[in-house]
Design a protein around this ligand. Structure first.
Ligand SMILES: O=P(O)(O)OC[C@H]1O[C@](O)(COP(=O)(O)O)[C@@H](O)[C@@H]1O
Ligand SMILES: [Mg+2]
Ligand SMILES: [Mg+2]
Length: 333
């Protein structure tokens, strides 16, 4: 039976049976993510007070302006995962190539790789709007004891063993799945503990919110234009409400609670959309499916895409099952 006011630490211990093959490593991995998240949260909360916001003065591999907090969060998560010797490799939005992590004896004994978007929604940092962190965990394919290879990172999303996000919003939450449903923990900043506040999160099967950057409307494929018109039509339970924060984590988190669809489709300017398959779409798709929702590129399941490149992009439709099915119906006409 679930204890009242259960902390994340207690939850992990109570749910060890979720990880039949785990020797405690995956639990330790989640533990180090919750620690790094607290440190990053502390820094994010000071944005505006001290000189941690604004541009870092460099661009990342995707040619995007890096914010100081992008770099800070990237370093913190890498540092925490590396120091604790839990993973053998890390890939990040902010690094061109994956990093190989050796144990203290210079070996490669660990079995997990982590892919992450250390700060999602960077353009919202300076304006005090929620941002997030996204992570995705795989068991390595190459033999333990040898250096990691690109193939360890280029696995389809259906091979994920865990995925989660942290949302730095009105409160800070850590939401994750190990393939047995989705649970959300809220940080009590005074105590520094995460409490199980949202057990067994579920996407409503249908919803009344659509979230997309409608400023790109003119460049959207006809299917998306038609679906947006459908959402706006005065019929049955429509028109739906349009809500777009511009931090995917926050947009999907809201839709998971209230019911809705998030879309970042391809456009005539960006043939594969904007969002990255490996550390943005796959983890959010895994969480979404575990919560009873659906995630697609408009035609096929996100989690079944065989990745070819670390920073590969994909169109993304994610949310309440019936709404994603409806969007696919328009895309496939
Ligand atoms: O400004 P746009 O084009 O609508 O893009 C917003 C999208 O870009 C992102 O900010 C991309 O993430 P990063 O901030 O990690 O690059 C998503 O969180 C968000 O959904
Ligand atoms: Mg992002
Ligand atoms: Mg980012």
């Amino acid at each position: 039976m679930m204890a009242k006011n259960q902390t994340l630490g207690e939850f992990i211990i109570d749910n060890q049976a979720d990880f039949p093959y785990s020797s405690g490593e995956l639990s330790r991995l989640i533990n180090s993510i919750r620690l790094a998240a607290k440190v990053v949260n502390h820094e994010v909360n000071k944005a505006g007070l001290v000189d941690i916001t604004g541009e870092y003065g460099d661009t990342n591999i995707q040619g995007e302006e890096q914010q100081k907090l992008d770099v800070y969060a990237n370093n913190k998560f890498i540092q925490t995962l590396t120091n604790r010797e839990i993973v053998c490799g890390i890939a990040s939005e902010e690094n061109e190539d994956f990093l190989t992590i050796k144990g203290c004896n210079g070996d490669h004994q660990n079995k997990y790789v982590v892919l992450m978007d250390p700060l999602d929604g960077s353009s919202n940092i300076d304006v005090n709007v929620s941002v997030g962190t996204i992570f995705s965990v795989y068991r390595r394919l190459s033999p333990v004891g040898t250096p990691v290879t690109a193939e360890d990172f280029l696995q389809p999303g259906n091979m994920q063993v865990a995925a989660g996000y942290i949302i730095y919003g009105t409160s800070t939450m850590l939401v994750y799945t190990t393939g047995n449903g989705v649970n959300g923990f809220t940080l009590n900043p005074a105590l520094g503990s995460w409490y199980l506040s949202h057990p067994n999160m579920k996407f409503p099967e249908n919803g009344k919110i659509y979230s997309t950057n409608e400023g790109n409307y003119i460049h959207f494929p006809q299917g998306v234009k038609d679906f947006i018109k459908y959402c706006q039509e005065e019929k049955e339970d429509r028109p739906y409400t349009s809500r777009y924060i511009g931090s995917m984590v926050s947009d999907i988190h809201r839709n998971m609670i209230k019911g809705g669809i998030f879309m970042y489709p391809e456009s005539s300017r960006a043939r594969n959309g904007k969002l990255r398959l490996l550390y943005e779409c796959n983890p959010m798709a895994f969480i979404t499916e575990q919560a009873g929702g659906k995630a697609s590129d408009g035609f096929k399941r996100i989690l079944d895409i065989q990745p070819e490149k670390l920073h590969q992009r994909t169109p993304f439709f994610c949310g309440s099952k019936k709404m994603v099915e409806k969007a696919e119906e328009f895309m496939q006409r």
